[in-house]
Design a protein. Structure first.
Length: 85
């Protein structure tokens, strides 16, 4: 193999490896819609915030987060819903 062809092959290989390394891992969409309801204290009577992990993978936070919370889940539609949630 001529030196010029060998250098071209090595360059193409190096570019492919670099592109694959920089692209990062593929991210899967969540299987469940998850929401957290946050409460002011251990009595769990006064809601002060929410966090939603949407089926699109987006996270939405409202209000405050505290150590006092409950988690609710529901399966995401399959195939995934194309709307905002």
């Amino acid at each position: 193999m001529p030196v010029k062809s060998l250098l071209k092959t090595i360059s193409i290989g190096a570019i492919a490896v670099t592109a694959a390394a920089l692209s990062g891992p593929a991210l899967a969409l969540p299987a469940d819609y998850v929401w957290f309801t946050y409460y002011s204290d251990a009595t769990y009577t006064v809601e002060v915030g929410e966090k939603h992990i949407l089926c699109s993978g987006r996270t939405v936070r409202l209000g405050e987060t505290t150590p006092y919370y409950q988690i609710y889940t529901t399966p995401c539609p399959n195939p995934p819903h194309t709307g905002p949630w």
